[in-house]
Write a protein that binds this ligand. Sequence first.
Ligand SMILES: C[S@@+](CC[C@H](N)C(=O)[O-])C[C@H]1O[C@@H](n2cnc3c(N)ncnc32)[C@H](O)[C@@H]1O
Length: 279
Amino acid sequence: MTMKFGPIDRLLGRRRSGHGAAPVAAFDDYEARAPRPQNGIDAIDGWNSAFPPEFGVIAGDRVNFWDDRIVWAAERFGDLGGRRVLELGPLEGAHTYMLDRCGAEVTAVEANKRAFLKCLVTKEIVGLPRAHFLLGDGVLFLEEDTRRWDLVVACGVLYHMIDPLRFLSAVAARTDVLYLWTSYFDLSSVEPGSAMEKGFAEMREDRPFHGETLTLYRRSYLGADRNPEFCGGIFDEPRWMTRESILAALRLLGFTSIEIAHEAMPNPNEPCFSIFARR
Ligand SMILES: C[S@@+](CC[C@H](N)C(=O)[O-])C[C@H]1O[C@@H](n2cnc3c(N)ncnc32)[C@H](O)[C@@H]1O
């Protein structure tokens, strides 16, 4: 009897195994379709980035490949042509693409294994010949690798650190110019004396830093790391800094020029902003 080969077989990735034989299922770790850029996207779950239409792939829809925040940072910096940029937490390489197209030579350190592999897929799809992706902890990279950087880009990274002051100190030791976008902790809309305020008070940590005391709040991902789209930190219980503590830390680390933009409050008690800091 001849088996019929139809759309359901194609949907399940089955195809004739040559010479008109019966349809067979491909092994899970193999791609049975003809090679296409989309196959690389489909090989890894949980994409966040929307690729520009010219690349002809469908991935995520949350991160923009032409992000206003990076445009702003690049404008503040000036000509990025040939400048050495360290990007921390590239996620899927969308901002790496922007920095590359501005002419920068980017080294990007990503700690999430799945995100790192996505960056390599992105690199292959969009072409990033001058960019290099490294898998590992950006803090340890900054502490071990003695190169200096014309610009460090840390977009969406500070509030994922269990020790954000160690992170900022490590960045400050390797650059005079920093672009930071971060969420920060804000209690101003919490009712004084409320249960919520008492709960937050238990998470508060006051830390001595270069002769001053800075305030951090312990948070938890509450299991969000189990989601394939998770793009947080390496460890649970990151510490969120207050706005005043972030600005004070940068001042204490020697950044004398601070520009601020993109002030927003996407969630209650969790405002965010961009900082472009120079020595
Ligand atoms: C919220 S995402 C931001 C991604 C991207 N920069 C953006 O703004 O769209 C945080 C990224 O930093 C990465 N990350 C977190 N902790 C890191 C660390 N210690 N070293 C390097 N990357 C880290 C995460 O895996 C994730 O890719």
